[in-house]
Every structure is written in structure tokens, then in C-alpha cells.
Ligand binder design. Structure first.
Ligand code: ADP
Ligand code: MG
Length: 728
């Protein structure tokens, strides 16, 4: 009997929900462990407070004197809450978050010690960062990297550590993290969007990008998850036969939340409240043991930090509840995978959501301007947007008939489709007074208030307009949102900049009025980007054919998709918008392509190990039992035994057949891996892993899963799907 599996099952079945105390209102807990505006007002001098607020709101620099004051107040606040250490918290390109704790404690001689934290420690640190991915940047330039305080994301306390959100850059200034390019992209979109807003309202001084992510995840009993080497090492099951019942009854989605999961969520949400992460929604997702958590949207940089922090905290809280969180996009075959919808919008300092229709024709024209420019940006950069969500794990969703396809298209709903069709008919050049009035009253003026409720929710679209925001649905559940948000904000910034240029030219050279010029440019954009609009079923084969005709890309694998990361167009785009230098772009590409290779390599090794060391020996053991049985029957029945032992003999043969194929395929896979490992060129190596190594996974799995069905359940060493998915 397989000990680990059955021990784990016993442990899991004896679990009780862990008690959670919720005796304080959430509104009172919210932000208690955050050095936010409210806390700063209490702890900082007026001068320091103003310095930080100006830095947050207007991007001004914080001088050394102010930094010292802030550090000293932060320390005082943190010590009052029992904190002993501080850390610069950053998001290196590993995808995980990084922290290195230092104690406030310092010795001052004569056997005495104090708690110390000064401006220099707040502002800059030099972690020994040589083991973070850098894509060759630090080899070519300067060996060291440093972290620098990002005052736009407030410091917080987790456990007994003060965490200071920082950027991570090389000494020559190249970004080595996710945050730095995101901050630059947010700056770019602010500049470009503010300039366009001034057509409509001269008072607009700043445009902020907002993000509301929706995090999907699986919750599996800790003992059961730990009993599977594939889950432990790769975050997903590499084999396992589908259970008799999966999600076909649709009985999990929005169903009543199982008690253990609910207590986990309550505990997690309390932590979130303390950390200032405004979580609001929780529910069961489609697959068994799959759930979702969503916050109220926030400014994009903060929202990204909060999502990264959340992913970390989720794991820690789960451990207290004897659960394991699986953030992988496809932990289980045959049931839904997990995504992370990125709801995105832009809003002004005057409080206007630029992607929400307004009350007047003029505000609706502003809405249409941002709406159409976004569509155009997505169309012109669809391949780059696809690349921004590429990963070995997300490859299991995109294009796999359950998640948005690998083809990027935009869904806008019936009403807005009609509005765009009307705008396409706008006269070229000057408009007659009648046409203008007509447009304003009957087209732009009639964009209904009820749009929000009416936007059809086409769940198969990777990029959908949902009434007052766009929802980028193809983002993977493990992703750091900074990556897609950097791309989205950059392409929209670039598009708005172009738009402004074109409108200004028409006003100056063609003597058009502002609104006429805007209508003229928008008309051309609608015509130009019509191909990216798609309202139908994104999962269907028909769409793949249609999309191909329309010239949209359909890159199904990460190595193919990532090529758009280093195209001439991409390099020029990031350079022009001051988001990433060509060196930074190339370094990131290198890191991503290598990460892909490594992940497939690990999966391949784990699969080879499980097939060879768990599945085959078990199959042989069971086969031996059958052989013993057949021999016994022969002893008893003599030449008649074949009738009695017929089924067993068939099974013995079948097991041998499967064992043979598994052996052969594992050997062939190892061979393919060896060949791939000998390839120097990183891109060709990733291709080899994708097209020569990975295809073995399905074949090996198929035969292992067949054996799982044949072999005595008592012997089977790997915790089964039904146990992983239905233990609550
Ligand atoms: P669903 O898409 O699941 O039906 P909702 O439409 O209510 O749910 O919202 C989903 C997410 O969109 C929430 O996290 C919410 O905070 C976010 N959201 C709402 N408005 C905006 C906005 N203007 N900008 C960014 N995100 C937003
Ligand atoms: Mg949604």
C-alpha cells in the first residue's frame, strides 16, 4: 500500500475548519498596518508630510532631510507596533516578491544598543542581488543592483517586519524588476492622456490608470497537495485520471462556500484589511475547489503591489488552515484553469472616469475618444499584448478552449458597435451644422446611461469593454499584473500621443474646429481597427479561421508569442515612450525565454521521475499480483485455467503494453532533453523544449492515466484527482 497517499487522506479527512475570530469591523481594521496618509499625518512633521504627499501626487523628489524625518517617524510607528526588522520589498523578474530583513537593532559601543533607522536606509539599499535574473544587464554593465524607495506605494507592517516597497535597478539605472517599467508607463499614459483631456477640460492636471484584478485560485488540503511530487515541484498535476465527476454539473460555481475554505478566506481577508488591500468579493469558481477573490480597484501601481503581496500572503494564511493555494493557471486537466482578469480604466484628477459614458454630448465625445483610442492601441499592438501574458503555465489556458483564446480581440457589445458604425459615416473634413447637431444629439448624445448594465458579458473575449472599463481577461493567475499593465498603459499612451498630433494637425492646417477634427480622426481609427472587434464566440474554431483572414496573430506557445517582445516595433515603442531602453527590452526577453525553458525542463524531469519511479514500479507490483493469481488458478484448475484467468491475463498483457510505451516515451523524452540542453542559443533551446520535449508530456500521461484506472486503488501511490478536488 502506498503510505504517503493514505496517510495524507487520513490526515485530510480528520481536519476541522480552523477557528477564525472576526470581532472588529473591517472598516476599523482597514489600513491599520499601513503607513498611509492618515498615519503619516499623526507621525510626520508638517514639512515631511508635505514632502511625501507632493512626491506621491506630483512625482517630486524627496530630499535627504525629509527622508530622515520620514524614516525616524516610520521607525517610531513600527516600534510602537512591536516591529523588530525592516526590509526593502521588491518584485524581481523571478515573478515572486523579494525581501531581506535587517534589524533596527544597532550596537553603539560600551555594550549598549539602540533601534536605528535613518533616511539612507529608507531611501536606498544594496541587496546582494547577484542571483536575481537580469538578462545579462549586470554582467555587461555594472555588477551591483540597488533598491530604491517608491513613496507612491505606502510602507506596511507584515508580522514583525516593516516592508518598504521599492524599485530594483542596476547601478547604471536599468530596471531589474516589474515595478520600474510600470511606473514609467504610468507616467507616459498620464502625460499623453492629460494632453488629450485638455481638449475637453482645461482643468485636468493628471490622469491615473486604475486596476482591479480578480484572482482565481485552487485550495487543496495541504497533506494531499504535499503527497504529490508534481504539485510540490511544478504547481500542477502532470498526470492523474479525470474523476467520474468534474465540473459538468456546474454545481460549484457561486455555490455555498465550504467551511474550511470560508474560514481561510475570512482569515485572509482580515490580513488584507490590516495591509490595506481592499478585498471585497469572494466566491466559488467553476471547477471544484476553485475560488476567486477580488478587491475594489486602485491606482495601478498600488494595485499591482497589492496583488503581489496578496499572492504571498495567500500562501502563508493557507498554511495555518492546513491548505495549499495553487495559483497555477492549470493545476488539473479536465476542469477549468485559473486566470486573473485585469479590469482597467483611466480617470482624471477632476474625478472623471474616461472610459465611462458621460451625461452630455461633449463628455460622451471624450469617452469615445478614449474608448476608440484604446481599441486602436490594442489592434496595433495585439501581438505585444499577447506576449505580455505569455508563460509556460498560461499556455495551458490560451487557445485551449476554456479561457480566452491566444488571439487578441476586443468585445464592445451591440450598442457601441452601432455607435461606431454611425461614426464611420462622418463626413470627411468640415461638418455641416446639421450633421454636427445630428451627431451630438443622436449619436454621441444618445450613448445611454444604461450602458453599464447592458454591456453583454461575452466571457470568451480576451479584452472586453464592460460598461466603464476594459477587462483584460487573458492574464494568467500566476502573473505579476505589472507586465500586462506596463504594456497596456504604454500602447495607450503612444496611441493618445499620436491622436493628439493628428487632431492638432487638422485644426491647424485644415482649419477644422476641435470637435470636427476629433470626429475626423476617430472615423479613420474606427475604419483602421475594425478587424480587432469581435463579438462572437472566441472559443470556436470558426473564429480562428476568421481571425487568420483578418491578419490577427494566433501565437499558441510562449516561444512563438514572446517574439513580439523584441520586434523592432516593440523596441521603438518602449524607447519612444521612455518605458524601457532597448537593452532592458532585450534583457527581459532573454529572462522570459530562459524561464520558459527551465519550467518545461523541470516538468519534464518530474514527469520522468514519477512515471519511472512511481507509476511503473506500482504497475509491475500489481502485475505480479495478477501473475501470482494466474499461477494459482492454474494450480487449481489445470488446463481449464484459461477460462478462469482470462481477464487477468488480458490485464497482465495490457499493463505490459502501457509499461513498454511509458518506458520508450520517457527515454525518448530524456533524449530530446539532452539534445535541447546542448543547444547554446537560448531561443532555439526554448523552441526545442516547446516542440521536441513538451509533446511527450501528453503521451506519457495518457498511458500513466490508463494504468491508474487498471491498478488496484490500494496500491496507487499518487493522490487521485477525486481526492484532491473533492476533499473539503
Ligand atoms: P465582474 O467582472 O466579475 O462581473 P465587476 O464588473 O463588478 O465584476 O468588477 C470587477 C472588478 O472590476 C472589480 O475588482 C472592480 O473593482 C473592478 N473595477 C470596477 N471599476 C473599475 C475601474 N474604473 N477601473 C478599474 N477597475 C475597476
Ligand atoms: Mg470580471
Amino acid at each position: 500500500m502506498s503510505k504517503i497517499r493514505f496517510q495524507a487522506l487520513k490526515e485530510a479527512s480528520n481536519r476541522k475548519p480552523i477557528k477564525v475570530v472576526e470581532d472588529t469591523r473591517r472598516s476599523e481594521l482597514f489600513g491599520l498596518n499601513v503607513f498611509n496618509e492618515n498615519t503619516m499625518r499623526q507621525y510626520l512633521t508638517k514639512e515631511a508630510f508635505k514632502g511625501v504627499i507632493n512626491a506621491v501626487k506630483h512625482g517630486t523628489k524627496i530630499d535627504r532631510k525629509i527622508a530622515d524625518q520620514v524614516a525616524s517617524s516610520m521607525k517610531e510607528w513600527a516600534l510602537s507596533k512591536g516591529v523588530t526588522h525592516y526590509t526593502h520589498w521588491f518584485q524581481p523578474l523571478t515573478g515572486a516578491t523579494a525581501e531581506k530583513h535587517d534589524a533596527f537593532f544597532e550596537t553603539i559601543g560600551d555594550g549598549m544598543a539602540i533601534e536605528k533607522f535613518g533616511g539612507s536606509q529608507l531611501v536606498q539599499q544594496e541587496p546582494d542581488a547577484s542571483s536575481f535574473p537580469n538578462g545579462g544587464i549586470r554582467n555587461t554593465f555594472e555588477a551591483r543592483g540597488y533598491t530604491a524607495w517608491d513613496p507612491t506605494s505606502p510602507a506596511y507592517i507584515y508580522g514583525t517586519t516593516l516592508c518598504i516597497p521599492t524599485v530594483f535597478v542596476s547601478y547604471t539605472g536599468e530596471a531589474l524588476d516589474y515595478k520600474t517599467p510600470l511606473l514609467r508607463a504610468l507616467h507616459a499614459v498620464d502625460d499623453a492622456a492629460t494632453a488629450v483631456c485638455k481638449y475637453f477640460d482645461k482643468n485636468v492636471k493628471k490622469v491615473t490608470s486604475s486596476l482591479g484584478w480578480e484572482q482565481e485560485y485552487f485550495l487543496i488540503d495541504k497533506a494531499l497537495a504535499n503527497s504529490r511530487p508534481d504539485i510540490t515541484l511544478t504547481g500542477r498535476t502532470l498526470l492523474g485520471h479525470s474523476p467520474a465527476k468534474g465540473q459538468q454539473l456546474d454545481d460549484h460555481y457561486f455555490g455555498s462556500i465550504p467551511s474550511r475554505a470560508l474560514n481561510y478566506m475570512r482569515d485572509l481577508e482580515t490580513e488584507c484589511m490590516l495591509l490595506g488591500i481592499p478585498v471585497k468579493t469572494r466566491h466559488n469558481e467553476v471547477a471544484p475547489n476553485q475560488f476567486e477573490l477580488a478587491p475594489i480597484y486602485e491606482e495601478s501601481n498600488l494595485a499591482v503591489d497589492h496583488n503581489s503581496l496578496l499572492m504571498d500572503v495567500m500562501g502563508k494564511v493557507a498554511s495555518r488552515h492546513n491548505l495549499k493555494v495553487l495559483l497555477h493557471e492549470k493545476p488539473f486537466a479536465g476542469v477549468n484553469g485559473s486566470g486573473k482578469h485585469n479590469n482597467w480604466s483611466l480617470s482624471t484628477n477632476t474625478g472623471i472616469n474616461l472610459l465611462a459614458p458621460g451625461k452630455t454630448p461633449m463628455s460622451n465625445l471624450q469617452f469615445l475618444t478614449f474608448f476608440i483610442n484604446t481599441i486602436k492601441a490594442v489592434y496595433d499592438n495585439e501581438e505585444l499584448l499577447r506576449a505580455a501574458i505569455a508563460s509556460s503555465s498560461n499556455d495551458h489556458r490560451l487557445g485551449a478552449n476554456e479561457a480566452p483564446p491566444a488571439i487578441i480581440s476586443v468585445f464592445i457589445g451591440e450598442q457601441l458597435t452601432k455607435v461606431l458604425a454611425e461614426l464611420e459615416g462622418v463626413t470627411n473634413g468640415k461638418l455641416s451644422p446639421k450633421e454636427k447637431t445630428d451627431l451630438k444629439l443622436n449619436v454621441v448624445g444618445k450613448i445611454p446611461d444604461v450602458l453599464l448594465d447592458n454591456t453583454d458579458r461575452n466571457r470568451t473575449s480576451p479584452f472586453a469593454f464592460t460598461g466603464n472599463k476594459f477587462e483584460f481577461r487573458a492574464v494568467g493567475s500566476t502573473a505579476n499584473c505589472a507586465n500586462p499593465m506596463t504594456v497596456l498603459n504604454t500602447i495607450v499612451a503612444k496611441q493618445l500621443k499620436e491622436f493628439k498630433g493628428e487632431v492638432d494637425v487638422l485644426i491647424e492646417t485644415k482649419d477644422l474646429k476641435k470637435d470636427e477634427a476629433i470626429f475626423n480622426v476617430l472615423r479613420e481609427y474606427i475604419k483602421a481597427s475594425r478587424n480587432v472587434l469581435f463579438e462572437g464566440n472566441g472559443y470556436g474554431e470558426a473564429w480562428e479561421k476568421e481571425a487568420k483572414k483578418r491578419g490577427l496573430s494566433n501565437n499558441k506557445t510562449t516561444p512563438e508569442a514572446l517574439k513580439a517582445r523584441i520586434s523592432k516595433k516593440t523596441i521603438a515603442l518602449f524607447d519612444e515612450m521612455n518605458v524601457m531602453s532597448p537593452v532592458e527590452v532585450e534583457a527581459r526577453y532573454e529572462i522570459e525565454i530562459e524561464e520558459y525553458t527551465k519550467r518545461i525542463q523541470i516538468e519534464s524531469r518530474v514527469l520522468g521521475d514519477i512515471a519511472g519511479n512511481h507509476v511503473i514500479p506500482t504497475a509491475v507490483r500489481y502485475q505480479n499480483m495478477l501473475i501470482e493469481n494466474v499461477v494459482g488458478l492454474k494450480d487449481i484448475f489445470g488446463k481449464d485455467f484459461e477460462k478462469q484467468a482470462g481477464e487477468q491475463i488480458k490485464l497482465i498483457k495490457k499493463i505490459s503494453e502501457h509499461i513498454e510505451v511509458i518506458h520508450a516515451k520517457v527515454d525518448a523524452m530524456i533524449d530530446a532533453r539532452k539534445k535541447a540542453n546542448n543547444i547554446e542559443d537560448a531561443v532555439k533551446k526554448a523552441d526545442a523544449y516547446c516542440f521536441k520535449v513538451k509533446p511527450f508530456f501528453e503521451e506519457i500521461r495518457y498511458h500513466c492515466d490508463k494504468l491508474e484506472l487498471m491498478i488496484d486503488d490500494e496500491l496507487w501511490p499518487l493522490t487521485k484527482y477525486r481526492e484532491l478536488l473533492f476533499t473539503r
